[in-house]
Ligand binder design. Structure first.
Ligand code: SF4
Length: 100
């Protein structure tokens, strides 16, 4: 049986201690407007890549599970630079952090 890919994300939480089977996304959990999270969303979620490659020094993210074409669920991200208080059109790039 194949194992699911490990989730390398700071927002992923899992607890299997003493028979527990808890998994959650602590980013999506904060968003009451999101559809519910499930583990398979991590496989296509852009958040780990954004955190790894953004030039923004103080990125703040909000993530929402949305349904695309009425069937496919995916994670959409809204990003701001908390240092310069601007919305980031591209979460990978903050123009004001780039100027510094
Ligand atoms: S859904 Fe995205 S943000 Fe949430 S734990 Fe998975 S990879 Fe991380």
């Amino acid at each position: 049986m194949s194992q699911p890919k490990p989730v390398l994300c700071r927002y992923y939480y899992a607890d299997y201690h003493r028979g527990r089977a808890t998994e959650e996304c602590r980013l999506i959990k904060r968003n009451p407007d999101s559809r519910p999270w499930n583990r398979s969303l991590c496989d296509t979620c852009p958040v780990p890549d954004i955190l790894l490659h953004t030039n923004c020094k103080e990125i703040a993210l909000e993530a929402t599970v949305v349904k695309k074409w009425g069937v496919l669920e995916r994670v959409e991200v809204y990003a701001i630079c908390a240092k310069h208080f601007i919305e980031l059109e591209d979460p990978m790039y903050c123009p004001l952090c780039a100027e510094e």
